[in-house]
Structure formats: structure tokens, C-alpha cells
Design a protein around this ligand. Sequence first.
Ligand SMILES: [Zn+2]
Length: 65
Amino acid sequence: MAVNRYKSLDPLIELRCPDCGETMRTARLDDDPPEATVCEIICPDCDDGDFHAARFIDRYGNEVR
Ligand SMILES: [Zn+2]
């Protein structure tokens, strides 16, 4: 099977809850920025019903915009 160069090197992205710090590795979505290695998003346990925007962080710890 040929390597797909178009996709990011890592097919997984780390989800991290900014509230409790829980992390989970999950398959990257097509919409996710390819340079992002972490998606910071509130987990279901911490979700208080408010709107929480996901933040993408690259490998250097910078926010991807
Ligand atoms: Zn949480």
C-alpha cells in the first residue's frame, strides 16, 4: 500500500480537555488542520452546556488559526 503523502504524517490527533486535562487519541478529521497535533476541546464530563470552541495546537505548542 502506497504512502499517502497528502495526509499528515500522524493519522491520529490528541484531544485534550482544557478543564480536567484528560487526553485521548483519535482519528484526525478531514477538517482538522494538518499541522495540528492537539485539539483542545471540552470533554463530555466537563461540558456545562456553554459553547466551547475547539482550539488546535501544533507540535510547538502554538495555536493553529
Ligand atoms: Zn474534562
